[in-house]
Design a protein around this ligand. Structure first.
Ligand code: PLP
Length: 395
């Protein structure tokens, strides 16, 4: 006997992975330049120069035993001090280095905090549609239940009325992801403030904290000077799940952190539970050298200007062809309404034009597709006639 739930997760690829594998086969058949693959959120710009410099400097000038050795389970103390200082300087907060836990990216951060918080199979975790499909996997693995709440279909901002209705005495936490994968939407300060006020009211009413888990791999990926509020400043019971995967173009290096607000209720107990969850999951001592690399690069990002170029090119062209698109202020995804009700059928039709798009059913929004525009601008330019032809087939 094995764990059938795990067997199911491991033997069925995610839709995104399945499309990506199809793309690999197709590239081998007809040539890479003929396949317009918009499936994966893999950064297309290199890590900034500072990353390479930091790696070379560390390898040349540090004690190799310490550099490649274990750090404390929660991460190197100096690294955590530097990250806390950087956050506090940037956002005028008071986060303690002892409230930071270094992780293998946002995925690990989420799994750890969910395991740390989940007390019973009745615990509910609200998130807003569309949402990163792995939330369901992570929440259920921790023993809880994901409660997706439909966003306002006009702009994919939080629908406050629907949100209020979804909060119950079992609500343990709310997972917020802004800038959002897959919609590219950045939640407005007004909506977030109102959502936090609701959570505060309901926490009081039910007599226990409702935590806010802010999943922030795209925090720095915003365009046109849009503001991304730092939620620790909006809500006391906030947990930040951060990743350097996208901001520094380092997704394969697996590095990020959890940061607890200093105003979190029972903060010391929650942090101990985070350490315990890290231990129980085997997520101790995030990659040692990468911890040191990222602190040397705090405040730096990869050159993300190409994402803005791509966003503008794709959004303007697709809307001109007649597609309905959600205007993305951040991340590197364009969310498009399928011209037919079944987005899966639309994506299969797109394949005939060698366009690889992701149907958004697993994101909780059937009828939409995600286009990951973290690709070369040339790929987008070359793909535009295919997008146009595809739309013409519906007119
Ligand atoms: N959360 C969201 C919304 C994401 O889009 C991703 C990755 O694409 C993750 C979490 C996981 O990020 P990481 O690579 O840091 O584990």
């Amino acid at each position: 006997m094995i764990n059938e739930t795990m067997y199911g997760l491991g033997s069925r690829r995610s839709v995104i992975r399945e499309i990506f594998e199809y793309g690999n086969r197709r590239r081998a058949e007809i040539g890479a330049d003929k396949v317009f693959d918009f499936s994966l959120g893999n950064p297309s710009v290199p890590a900034p120069r500072e990353v390479e410099e930091a790696i070379l400097d560390l390898v040349k000038n540090s004690d190799p035993i310490a550099l490649h050795g274990y750090t404390s389970a929660q991460g190197d103390a100096g690294v955590r001090r530097a990250i806390a200082a950087d956050l506090n300087a940037r956002y005028a907060t008071n986060i303690s280095p002892d409230s930071i836990y270094m992780t293998c990216g946002a995925a690990a951060s989420l799994c750890i905090i969910l395991k740390a918080l989940n007390a019973s199979s009745a615990d509910e975790y609200i998130t807003f549609t569309p949402f990163f499909p792995e939330y369901r996997v992570f929440v259920e693995a921790a023993g809880g239940r994901l409660v997706p709440v439909a966003s306002d279909p006009a702009d994919f901002q939080i629908d406050l009325e629907a949100f209020e209705k979804a909060i119950t005495p079992n609500t343990k936490a709310v997972i917020v992801n802004s800038p959002n994968n897959p919609s590219g939407v950045v939640f407005t300060p007004e909506k977030l403030k109102a959502a936090c006020a609701l959570m505060e009211k309901k926490s009081k009413e039910y007599g226990h904290p409702i935590y806010l888990i802010s999943d922030e791999p795209y925090r720095e990926l915003v365009y046109d000077g849009k503001e991304v509020p730092f939620l620790v400043n909006y809500y006391d019971n906030t947990v930040i799940c951060y990743s350097f995967s996208k901001s520094l173009s380092l997704p394969g290096e697996r590095i990020g952190y959890i940061a607890l607000s200093n105003k979190l209720e029972d903060e010391r107990r929650v942090y101990a539970a985070v350490c315990g969850a890290g231990r129980a999951l085997g997520y101790v001592c995030a990659p040692s050298m990468m911890q040191r690399v990222v602190v040397k690069c705090l405040g730096k990002t990869a050159d993300t200007s190409v994402y803005k170029t791509n966003r503008d090119l794709l959004y303007n062209a697709l809307t001109a062809y007649g597609y309905t698109c959600i205007y993305p202020d951040g991340a590197f995804y364009l969310f498009v309404k399928s011209p037919e009700a079944d987005a899966n059928a639309f994506c299969l039709k797109a394949r005939e034009q060698e366009l690889l798009l992701v149907p958004a059913d697993d994101f909780g929004t059937p009828g939409f597709v995600r286009i990951a525009y973290c690709v070369s601008t040339e790929q987008i330019q070359n793909a535009l006639p295919a997008f146009q032809k595809l739309m013409e087939s519906y007119q």
